[in-house]
Design a protein around this ligand. Structure first.
Ligand code: DGL
Length: 279
């Protein structure tokens, strides 16, 4: 019997932070990961465009026979989760709800900060979700667009990262928050700098970790856990530049990226156009 995989998509490399957590919580599950590297970044695009891209990514993964879909991108989760759920028969898990739940659990003074891309913050998805869970909580959203390229360049724990983070986070510190949601796939890699600047008392919420636990709970609840103890298969698809994806992505994943294919997506799905296997 072939075990159906869990499908993940992200605008590019960032969702690998979610895949990394899932691989550690559910090491026996087969996975398919699609990084839409031809159209990244999503975080500066309109909701309408991100929804279109997200539905095309979903179509591709569904055509591969996935058992559960993870929208591993905060921006895509923020604006397109409902549209995707309406169309799918398999469970769909985004990163906003698990991250929000963890933040609501963590806050003591009912003041939560959320950092993310412009599109995520403008959508108010985190503040809406948090306030639906606990209406007395105050939420302060802050876009930090430069964090994405910084992390991809590997500037995660040096004076450049510190300067940029200080500039963004100064205002948020003054709000007196006690919990900060890292509402973008890339931001967990800046945890060290962010936590130093925000101070010891602040709890940082990593949506990737929380999402992995929610995926496990859903598979257990629906009786869909992998029944094999064989080595899982980990397939990667990108819409552009597989070499860069492998080079930068291995840092995000903390593991080798093998079995990667470049595909075309957009309008109609044109199928596989190239195959490249790295070792
Ligand atoms: N993956 C995106 C997110 O989590 C960040 C990169 C982008 O803007 O596409 O919001």
């Amino acid at each position: 019997m072939i075990e159906k995989p869990i499908g993940f998509f992200d605008s590019g490399i960032g969702g690998l932070t979610v895949l990394k957590e899932v691989s550690s919580v559910l090491p026996e599950e087969n996975t398919l990961y699609l990084g839409d590297t031809a159209r990244v970044p999503y975080g500066i695009r309109s909701a309408e465009t991100v929804i279109r891209y997200s539905l095309e990514n979903t179509d591709f993964l569904v055509s591969k026979g996935i058992k559960l879909l993870v929208v591993a991108c905060n921006t895509a989760s923020a604006v397109s989760l409902e549209e995707i759920k309406k169309r799918l028969h398999v469970p769909v898990i985004g990163v906003i709800e698990p991250g929000s739940r963890a933040a609501v659990r963590a806050t003591r003074n009912k003041k939560i900060g959320v950092v993310g891309t412009e599109t995520t913050i403008n959508s108010s998805a985190y503040s809406r979700t948090i306030r639906e869970m606990a209406s007395s909580i105050e939420v302060f959203g802050l876009p930090c667009p430069l964090f994405v390229p910084l992390v991809e360049e590997g500037f995660t724990d040096d004076e450049v990262a510190e300067m940029v983070a200080e500039r963004y986070l100064k205002g948020l510190r003054e709000k007196g928050i006690d919990t900060l949601v890292l509402g973008c796939t890339h931001y967990p890699l800046l945890k060290g700098v962010i936590s130093r600047l925000m101070g010891d008392g602040i709890v940082l919420i990593d949506s990737a970790k929380e999402t992995a636990l929610e995926i496990r709970d859903t598979l257990v609840r629906d009786g869909m856990l992998s029944g094999t103890s064989m080595e899982p298969s980990r397939m990667f698809f990108v819409t552009d530049a597989p070499e860069r994806f492998v080079r930068v992505g291995e840092r995000f994943l903390g593991n080798k990226i093998e079995h990667i294919q470049k595909i075309n997506i957009g309008g109609s799905i044109c199928g596989l156009t190239a195959e490249r296997t790295t070792s």
